[in-house]
Design a protein. Sequence first.
Length: 217
Amino acid sequence: MRAVSWAMRGGGFASPHVIVNHSTDGLWIDDIEDYVNGFVRAHRLPQDAVVMVTTVPQGFRGTAERSAGGIAVRVHATVGLGNALAAGDPVTPPRVGTINTIVLIDAALGDAACLESVAIATEAKAGFLASRGVRSVVSGRIATGTGTDCTAVVALGNPVDGRAGGEGEFLSYAGKHTLLGMLVADAVAGAVDGAMADSLARRAAVRGKDIMRTHSF
């Protein structure tokens, strides 16, 4: 498989054997690079592993699948909104809360299609947040993501030297005028929707427990 990712570890183009979305279960990590490298060593992961980190428990994730025209897309997402920001916000220290997205595409992709898929996934995420009225914790503007978002697009097909002829359908482009672009955007929105619903429900449950503790005798 081939992947293009913006992640804590393994960013850029790669042919990884493993992609991980790891949860610290709410634990804040000061030196994230050292932590992730230690995580890879401790779990004996391949050195080419792509690793994302989140404080959101993995039980609270959204998954969506879309397929048409022989193309299948599956997206996994975890959503934390404590660090929601708008692109162009003033520079501030990072805080807990990130959106991690893994896009699996059952096809072989050229470089342009890989990069366009990342762009489409990012636009879809930002558009969904806008539709739900999520705002930056710094400026109050409509949030376009968080300050620590990670995204990986994985082409499960196996092209030969970046050209058609490998395993699976070869796709050169993934923009808004393509079926692949439509499927990626719809699946990302669906996965983020499910993950955000779980995240908000978890927050409500925590608040409910705090209220019960406050009023218990």
